[in-house]
Design a protein. Sequence first.
Length: 242
Amino acid sequence: MAESPGTVVRTPKSEATRTLIVETALRLFQEHGYAKTTMRAIAKEAGVSVGNAYYYFSSKEQLVQGFYDRIAQLHGQACEEALRTEHEFGRRLSAVMHGWIDVAAPYHEFGKQFFVNAADPDSPLSPFSAQSSPAREAQVALHRRVLDGSTVKVDTELRPELPELLWLYEMGVVLFWVHDRSPGCRKTRLLVDRTVPLIERVIGLSRLRLLRPVTRDIVRLVGDLVRAEPDLRPDARPGPTA
């Protein structure tokens, strides 16, 4: 059976070619803008045929998905040491957030180019789109590792939802990073350093009986926002608290 465009058997050689095409595309997007860069120009600059470029990526949008996947892969690798040696939740989350800033640093200028397209909720480049699900799921899984490998005590109802909530926090940091023009993105790093302790504190407080109903209302709200058919009844409430 013939493979569909963009579906490639992964070998070291194919991975190298795939990475070359992605990195060439990112450079051209930065230099000429996303809209003005064609697949033909990308193929020519990368030194591959147009057919070969389409063999790996069926469209420019899928090329950007390749960029998302590559960033997720590099991010996971950059965080491996901290996740293996650190057990305090705040330090683990801080390492993951600073790790993302580190691996994304070479692509900061490109962030301005693709954000206009990614901000469109109907765009396949949106981090919430079905096309972005592999990279999104990889990041949620990374935050699940942050939580599961830590010693933090979490309310039982909040715990399953927390990795996705942390990913949403990461998306907020990414949005700030896109617009950050401070040297070395110092303001983004400051944002991480100031907000991670707050998140850790809120998670710890979530186990207190007095605050547990509020925490669970927040969990239900987030669940309703991400589900396709949320329960919109104003009187709907989470199940009984323990």
